[in-house]
Design a protein around this ligand. Structure first.
Ligand SMILES: [Zn+2]
Length: 304
């Protein structure tokens, strides 16, 4: 019984961090030439990516073992500049997580986006060096059970960090947990223009996600749709109590279904080894023609 339990825990845990079989994750080096983002944020690639140096004024790039510290020159310049600006404002050094793989594309696990070399994750807290591999070791700004901000961690420096990160013309959007966006809507006075770029999303309570717009020279890069005018406070669907309630109900239903499924499996199969987890149907992945080209190029290079 116990083995079955652990087996199921393992299955559920690995489903959450499912491994994907993607050719992009096998590429270890960027292609040469000037930086060019091709395709969309969630299905694209990058030519001529550059590496973000491991450290610089005001920042440290972490989790280098994942080999996801590559980006468009525009992104790398943006991050370096951000570090310098924060240092001048005496805001703590930031830890920068994943950018993109050497040639972008879909990652083997984690993010769906981050494919163009124009996305980067920045953490809100700074755990010690040996604690940075695990997400849970980073402080969350949100009490997710009560759906409230953790007030002792909600400081002027955090607001300053988000303001500085958003106030750059290259930034298209910044994704944060909806509780954080809601709190910003309440607390930011005077200049609120930058709030528009701060978008409420799921997760993103331990880190925020910066997305730059497509550089003009990247002709085949597909920007996300424009953001509605206004500061994105108030009328946004995320903040209505009815919506929050509906979301909670849906989540509870999903949890219940999963519990029932596990109970069914435990009843019908006595031997854990015989439990077959239903596999998702595989769909053939199609890439932007120029990304496919890039992929073929790097495959032929590794064969030589
Ligand atoms: Zn991200």
């Amino acid at each position: 019984m116990r083995t079955i339990f652990y087996f199921l825990v393992f299955v559920c845990a690995s489903a959450a961090q499912a491994k994907r079989n993607t050719p992009w994750a096998k590429i270890t080096k960027p292609s040469s030439g000037p930086s060019e983002a091709i395709g969309g944020y969630s299905n694209g690639c990058i030519r001529g990516a550059v590496a973000l140096p491991e450290t610089g004024p005001g920042y440290t790039s972490i989790r280098r073992f994942r080999n996801r510290y590559y980006g468009h020159t525009r992104l790398v310049t943006y991050l370096k500049k951000l570090g310098t600006k924060l240092k001048k404002q005496e805001i703590d050094e930031i830890l920068i997580g994943d950018l993109s793989q050497p040639q972008g594309g879909l990652m083997g696990y984690g993010h769906r986006s981050h494919q163009l070399g124009l996305d980067a994750d920045i953490w809100f807290s700074r755990p010690k060096k040996d604690k940075r591999a695990k997400d849970n070791n980073f402080n969350s700004l949100v009490d997710r059970k009560r759906e409230k901000i953790v007030s002792k961690r909600w400081t002027d420096k955090v607001i300053g960090l988000l303001r500085t990160a958003a106030s750059d013309d290259n930034v298209s959007r910044i994704f944060v947990h909806w509780v954080i966006k809601n709190q910003l809507c309440r607390d930011v006075k005077n200049d609120r223009t930058w709030l528009r770029k701060i978008r409420a999303w799921w997760g993103h309570d331990r880190h925020f996600h910066v997305r730059l717009t497509c550089p003009k020279e990247s002709k085949d890069c597909k920007n996300q749709g424009a953001i509605k005018s206004g500061d994105g406070c108030g009328a946004e669907k995320w903040f209505s109590a009815a919506r929050v309630k509906a979301r909670k109900t849906r989540a509870a239903e999903r949890r219940k279904k999963r519990r029932e499924k596990i109970a069914r499996l435990m009843k019908t199969k006595k031997n854990a080894k015989r439990i077959k987890v239903p596999k998702k149907k595989k769909r053939k992945k199609t890439y932007h023609p120029r990304c496919q080209e890039l992929l073929d190029e790097s495959k032929s290079k590794t064969k030589k």
